[in-house]
Design a protein around this ligand. Structure first.
Ligand code: GLA
Length: 732
């Protein structure tokens, strides 16, 4: 090669490198309407987290480095050279090496209808191992979703030992965390606590559902004890329905290190060359309007797709469960439909107990999987019931639990290999002492589960609602389908299988309303809610406890997704007797329903219910589609709880208040409203007035929004279980 040509080649190489390096900016800023995330993505350097919070513009990127040097952390920390800290990822390469050292190789930005996707490709310095870190901004919702895609080109499989979706450092200060936890029939208890030194892990290892115990959703209040309408808040939601781990590792320096992803316990993932492992997404939001502001961002995000069809108002339904339990029979189903239609109801749902021929479902120990009508109980079949509903002017819905079977069932006799099981070990049974989970990792089982819904809806296209239950944990950790070396994929593949089936159902049946139930609130999860219209908040229908559960659930979920039913008194779970008005007033803050035997009601109760249902129809658009403002928390033990909904143009609002404790001469504080237009005038009308009572002193009065919000209203709550519903309408 002569000298001239060598110079040319060097120049060309240099030029190529320069062009390549100049392809992206070092500071990557991703913004929504009110928030920004900033990363430093220098070529061949580690990707660095720089900032998340209030919206900034490009010109301020330098200021972030100049003024806030504190959080110079890797944006996706991996185990290897710097192995003393907590990590988001740890992998074993095909040659046994356990380290990673990832650097930035490419940055891409792609505009979408709703924002932008920022994808940063990280490559290991030594191995052909790659992680794409993605951030998607949703401009209107003020949400940034974060997830990673892992792949490699090594000679043999790599083992992923830890594979979090996301990492975010939060600057230490007076930071509090709010999180939800509970148990069956006591879901969604709220805890707010300051973050101290050490590791706080929030996780769930039920295997099948992840909504009962700890929930994969947290809020960080950056300015001390959480408040509803002030202070800076970062929210984080993991969109995954299986086992997960959220870890907050408060280090000795200056950060609370937040990691979120699938739980890695018993879940090492064997990643084949060229296979792409996509983690679930973590949805972050930021608000300087307190916990309430962050919640409203999540509600908007839910309405815009994360809850199925969440811009369509929901029907008022009667569910048969607490009315007849498993004693379903044609006569009573007809009678319940008649009674409910007469009260103004819109949909009847026949719960558990309708199926099984060889093994009729008379107890909870048989028949799951045998989705054929029990001819003894329902001699004229489903078509007859659906016709009856239609003749009464209401819709018809039905209960299934398609992921499960019982050892006493025809399905189990035919396909014993379809259950999760460990060869040579006696099965561990769930509910009824016989319940087993189907192996959703198996495509044949996925086809069967899809078929349960498909058959029902093909044979009975007029079924308009399905309650999809899931009453058992993932016991018996073994799959006859997965190969020996991939048994550790069960927890993950189960939920991938479930989501596959749900997607197929939604492709074919976009309009049928489907409720996610998991033995109560087990399936409250953004991992599956894009395919479900609503979820059952809890098997506990006690109105007093529901105030707490619904309050906490609304931290992350919108009212339209929350199924809330008026049940009998005394309540079947707590034994508590509560007036019907209070029960309605509590259920009316979400998707209203009833769950009792109407024939056991007195005439007065029926007529009160008829009126309450009519009144709910008036406020339904505001409750189900409006913006929620929580006013007084039941968790603050101030003797009352209060919340309200306001429509988008703030011309209408509905206000709810409840007495949660009652003592003689106790002070009931003035309640300040929120979300109204300060300059508008609102006329108040009391709704759902208790039998024999007169409207309260506020009825018919007109007030300026500013006064209602700054001074507040005195609400007459003078008895045990007193409650008030007020409609506020703009007066012009
Ligand atoms: C679960 C559900 C209940 C009811 C029963 C039926 O517990 O949460 O609402 O459907 O199953 O068996």
């Amino acid at each position: 090669m002569n000298r001239h040509r060598t110079i040319l080649l060097i120049a060309l190489l240099f030029f190529t490198t320069i062009t390549y390096a100049a392809n992206w900016q070092r500071e990557q800023l991703l913004s929504t309407r009110n928030t920004s995330l900033m990363l430093t993505a220098g070529q061949d350097e580690a990707l660095k987290f720089a900032y998340y919070g209030d919206r900034i513009d490009e010109s301020e990127c330098n200021n972030i480095h100049e003024a806030w040097v504190g959080l110079n952390r890797d944006a996706y920390p991996t185990f290897g050279s710097t192995c003393i800290y907590s990590q988001a990822m740890q992998a074993t390469h095909c040659d046994g090496n356990m380290t990673l050292d990832l650097v930035v190789k490419n940055v891409e930005r792609k505009a979408t209808d709703r924002g932008e996707i920022l994808s940063i490709t990280l490559q290991d310095k030594l191995y052909p191992y790659q992680v794409i870190v993605n951030y998607e901004s949703l401009y209107d919702e003020d949400i940034i979703e974060n997830w990673v895609e892992i792949s490699h080109n090594e000679k043999k499989a790599v083992t992923l030992n830890r594979f979090d979706s996301s990492y975010m450092p939060i600057r230490k200060g007076n930071v509090w965390i709010s999180h939800l936890h509970g148990a069956w029939s006591a879901e969604s208890w709220l805890t707010a606590e300051p973050l101290e030194h050490g590791i706080l892990e929030i996780r769930n290892t039920d295997g099948a559902r992840n909504g009962h115990f700890n929930r994969p959703e947290v809020m960080f209040s950056l300015d001390g004890k959480p408040t509803e309408n002030s202070g800076r808040v970062i929210g984080a939601v993991l969109c995954w329905s299986g086992n997960y781990s959220l870890r907050i590792d408060t280090d000795k320096n200056n950060a609370h290190n937040f990691f979120a992803g699938m739980c890695n316990e018993a879940s090492q993932y064997i990643l084949e060359p060229k296979e792409i492992f996509v983690t679930p997404r973590v949805a972050y939001t930021y608000s300087d309007r307190g916990i309430g502001g962050a919640s409203r961002n999540y509600h908007k995000w839910a309405r815009n797709g994360m809850v199925h069809n969440a811009t369509t108002q929901r029907d008022i339904l009667l569910n048969s469960w607490e009315g007849v339990y498993l004693d379903v029979n044609e006569k009573e189903m007809e009678q319940m439909m008649s009674d409910f239609a007469a009260m103004g109801g819109e949909l009847f749902v026949m719960d558990d107990g309708w199926f099984g021929n060889k093994y009729p479902r008379s107890k909870d120990n048989s028949s799951l999987g045998d989705w054929v009508v029990d001819n003894q109980k329902l001699p004229n079949g489903l078509s007859h019931l659906i016709n009856t509903a239609q003749n009464k002017g209401i819709k018809f819905g039905i209960w299934i639990e398609p992921e499960s079977t019982n050892s006493i069932s025809e399905l189990f006799e035919k396909h014993p290999d379809w259950t999760l099981q460990v060869k040579g070990r006696a099965p561990h049974y769930g509910r009824g002492g016989t319940q087993l989970l189907l192996d959703m990792t198996n495509p044949a089982v996925q086809d069967f589960v899809f078929g349960v819904v498909d058959n029902l809806l093909t044979q009975h296209p007029d079924i308009s609602y399905i309650k999809w239950d899931a009453n058992v944990e993932l016991f018996n950790y073994g799959s006859t389908y997965l190969p020996r070396n991939k048994q550790s994929h069960i927890y993950i593949e189960y939920h991938r299988g479930l989501v596959n089936v749900l997607k197929r159902i939604r492709d074919k049946y976009p309009n049928v309303v489907i409720q996610a139930c998991g033995g109560g609130g087990g399936r409250i999860s953004y991992g599956v809610m894009p395919y479900f219209d609503e979820f059952w908040v809890s098997d506990n229908t006690d109105a007093l406890q529901r105030i707490y559960m619904q309050w906490a659930t609304s931290y992350f979920y919108p009212s339209i997704a929350m199924a809330q039913h008026v049940s009998a008194s005394p309540n079947h779970q707590t034994g508590r007797s509560i007036p019907l008005k209070f029960r309605f007033d509590v259920a009316m803050t979400g998707r209203l329903g009833m769950e009792l035997q109407p024939k056991d009601m007195t005439d007065e109760e029926r007529s009160f219910s008829t009126n309450a249902i009519a009144q709910y129809k008036v406020i339904r658009p505001i409750v189900q589609l409006g913006n929620q403002y929580r006013l007084v928390s039941p968790f603050d033990n101030r003797g009352i709880a209060s919340l309200m909904y306001v429509n988008d143009d703030a011309s209408q609002a509905v206000f709810f208040a409840y007495k949660t404790q009652h003592f003689v001469n106790m002070n009931v504080e003035r309640i300040r409203l929120d979300g109204l237009d300060a300059d508008k005038y609102y006329t108040i009308r009391e709704f759902n007035i208790a039998p024999g009572e007169k409207p309260c002193h506020l009825d018919g009065k007109t007030f300026k929004g500013r006064l209602l919000m700054n001074v507040g209203i005195e609400v007459a709550l003078d008895k045990e279980y007193a409650s008030r519903v007020l409609l506020l309408e703009e007066s012009k």
